[in-house]
Design a protein around this ligand. Structure first.
Ligand code: HEM
Length: 267
């Protein structure tokens, strides 16, 4: 094979061989600071990026964090509950007089498309179902807030960071499935990792070690996470490289929005 006709080896993305979740994880880990996680590369700029051991949390701040987190999980879980889930897209086979066409577009578009003769609807990732994964946090947070109320605390209304993030998630769910999936992954997986560590440390400092429901899962957490990883990998299999890169590029925003909510703990 001459040098001119030889194909250049395609660029490999870190984590690619193991599946797309590993790619998302790789990008996310680099956005941590060294103090937050070993693989972190970012420099400390915000208060919540300092070591959790040195945080000085307050109950009021922590309640703000929980109230804003509740709004975010309510929104996320509400979006996912609304069938059908647009991130999968659907493959629609339309039969015209002479030929058949294959389309992929968000399910919401399909359901209202009555003029066309839709003869077959196929989920492009029919086994990728993100409902009832066991990672949901909305009901757990409701119990925790109720507990605080019984202790005599006033539960604050969600504040600007939570409201802004919830609005953004709604917007993405309607028009940008790849970006939405990035937030879905980061929100649930961050909570299972750093989030749990934060919960433990904060409880030691201000809650007399009370373990909140927010940090408890029904069933084996590592198995629940693995099931979701498998589904995410499956969904991303149908994405182009551009769609995958677009999803990965959203990670920074995910850190920004979640960081703004985490910072409430220290307010
Ligand atoms: C994983 C800490 C904030 C996303 C982790 C891990 C730690 C950690 C210790 C586990 C690393 C390992 O597997 O060895 C923290 C701390 C944070 C923080 C202390 C803030 C104070 C965030 C934020 C996001 C995020 C804001 C994104 C919104 C992730 C993801 C993983 C992770 C996606 C991978 C989880 C997995 O492998 O399943 N974090 N993190 N983290 N974090 Fe964070």
């Amino acid at each position: 094979v001459s040098a001119t006709t030889a194909e250049k080896p395609r660029k490999r993305y870190p984590g690619e061989a193991k599946g797309f979740v590993e790619e998302m994880r790789f990008v996310a880990m680099k956005l941590h600071t060294k103090e937050q996680a070993k693989e972190g590369e970012k420099e400390v700029k915000q208060p919540e990026e300092r070591p959790v051991q040195r945080w000085e949390p307050s109950v009021d701040g922590y309640l703000k964090f929980l109230a804003d987190s509740k709004l975010v999980y309510d929104t996320l879980e509400g979006i996912i509950d609304k069938a059908p889930f647009p991130s999968c897209g659907v493959t629609v086979v339309l039969l015209s007089a002479k030929s058949s066409f294959f389309f992929r577009f968000p399910a919401s578009v399909v359901w209202s498309n009555e003029k066309n003769k839709v003869i077959s609807l196929m989920w492009s990732a029919s086994d990728a179902e993100f409902r009832d994964t066991g990672l949901e946090r909305s009901e757990k947070l409701a119990k925790d807030l109720q507990w605080f109320k019984e202790q005599g605390y006033t539960i604050p209304e969600p504040s600007s960071p939570g409201v802004t993030y919830a609005e953004y998630l709604k917007e993405l769910s309607e028009k940008d499935p790849q970006a939405f999936i990035c937030h879905f992954y980061n929100i649930y997986f961050a909570h299972s990792a750093g989030g749990r560590m934060i919960g433990k440390k904060v409880a030691e400092k201000i809650l007399d070690k009370k373990e909140l429901e927010f940090y408890k899962w029904d069933g084996d957490l590592s198995q629940l996470l693995q099931n979701v990883r498998d589904k995410l990998n499956k969904v991303a299999e149908s994405w182009t490289r551009e769609e995958k890169n677009h999803c990965l590029e959203e990670t920074e925003k995910s850190f920004k929005y979640s960081g703004d909510i985490l910072r409430l703990i220290l307010s």
